[in-house]
Design a protein. Structure first.
Length: 366
């Protein structure tokens, strides 16, 4: 097997808010809950240090919850518990406009954090209220200014479009406000409605293709490309060289460890997730799946097709020499006939129409 790159995700499960759409595991940050969390991370370190065999982490990602809820001492303590070496290429921390402060930003900078992801979601007060977000647009502007002032040169803005209660005009205004700040990266997620799961019939394809939601996607993709952001994954855009390495590592089915409650890992042909409790016990996972080379190869195709560069099938065959890629040929022929994918030098990638149907294509590949 080729040498894979290794990432570390730390789930910081604290947030005082309760946004209506939030499914992340979280609890209120108190002195005792933060202490218990840091204790668990320290145990993760001990548990794993013999297993990852000294392989350096190339990316580190603190997500949540809201890591910026931690006070400066807890941020420092968490930083000390994360194994970082000169091989670390990217360290991202998610921050919230309501809890990030200049002092915390200085601590993150001193720790070696290279990338921040700011939870903006919207600049529109009505949309924020409907999402249940407690912040104001001014708090976003203030946070962004502080992040730049402290010296962060790689910033992502997270945005959400909820087609059921936002007009396309309001969404365009959000995108304009976001690019006016000139961030290096933008993530734009559609508020998920899980009504179509698993039922991608030809009629469903037709419906999604004609859908109101598709107008939001099409506009976003065109508008951000026109403004210098390369569209590199269904929901992600970056200025050249600022793609999120950690997420690309995941979509390319490399390896990662997840520390903290509810954090998921993929390591040594196993995929597992810690249980959703601050007091999770090691080994008591909510998911523990052994992966075959065929499983991983299929996931490379599913997640690779969500990336605008698609999948190099020669490279895939080199990584999985035992897997018979010819079994996908009938599907490729149909996808190509429908105008969902194109082939260039044995690389398969989605067309715009195919990207709009990425979840449906994934169901078919499964
Ligand atoms: S701020 Fe983030 S973590 Fe907190 S409730 Fe809202 S979506 Fe969830």
């Amino acid at each position: 097997m080729q040498a894979l790159s290794l990432g570390l995700y730390v789930h910081v499960p604290f947030c005082p808010n309760a946004c209506g759409y939030c499914h992340f595991y979280k609890c209120r940050p108190t002195a005792s809950s933060v202490k218990r969390f840091l204790g668990q991370i320290s145990l993760e370190y001990e548990r794993w240090q013999n297993v990852w065999e000294g392989r350096p982490f190339e990316t580190l990602y603190w997500g949540g919850g809201s890591p910026s809820c931690l006070d400066v001492d807890a941020l420092r303590a968490l930083g000390r518990l994360c194994p970082t070496t000169e091989h670390l290429k990217e360290w991202t921390v998610e921050v919230s406009p309501t809890s990030i402060t200049e002092e915390k930003l200085h601590v993150l900078k001193e720790l070696g954090v290279t990338r921040l992801s700011l939870g903006v979601q919207s600049f529109n007060v009505q949309t924020l209220q409907k999402l249940g977000r407690k912040q104001t647009p001014q708090q976003v502007y203030d946070a962004f200014e502080k992040m730049r002032a402290v010296g962060f040169k790689n910033i992502n803005l997270d945005l959400i479009f909820p087609p059921d209660f936002t007009s396309l005009e309001a969404w365009k205004a959000d995108l304009k406000a976001a690019i006016a700040l000139r961030p290096e990266h933008l993530s734009t997620y559609c508020l998920a409605y899980e009504n179509e799961a698993g039922s991608f019939t030809p009629e469903a394809y037709q419906r999604v293709d004609n859908d109101h939601e598709a107008d939001f996607y099409r506009f976003t993709w065109e508008f951000l490309e026109q403004n210098g952001y390369r569209h590199y994954e269904v929901s992600n855009f970056a200025r050249l060289g600022y793609e999120c390495r950690h997420n690309v590592n995941t979509w390319r089915m490399q390896e990662w460890l997840g520390w903290g409650p509810a954090a998921a890992s993929q390591f040594h042909l196993k995929r597992f997730q810690n249980s959703r409790s601050l007091d999770y016990a090691f080994g008591e996972t909510v998911e523990n799946v052994s992966l075959t080379e065929e499983d991983l190869c299929k996931d490379c195709l599913i997640f690779g097709l969500r990336m605008c560069d698609g999948v190099d099938l020669n490279e895939l065959q080199r990584r999985f020499p035992e897997v018979d890629l010819k079994i996908y040929q009938p599907l490729w022929e149909r996808f190509e006939r429908e105008g969902w994918v194109v082939f260039e030098n044995n690389r398969v990638r989605c067309t715009t129409k195919g990207l709009l149907l990425a979840d449906g294509l994934a169901s078919e590949l499964l």
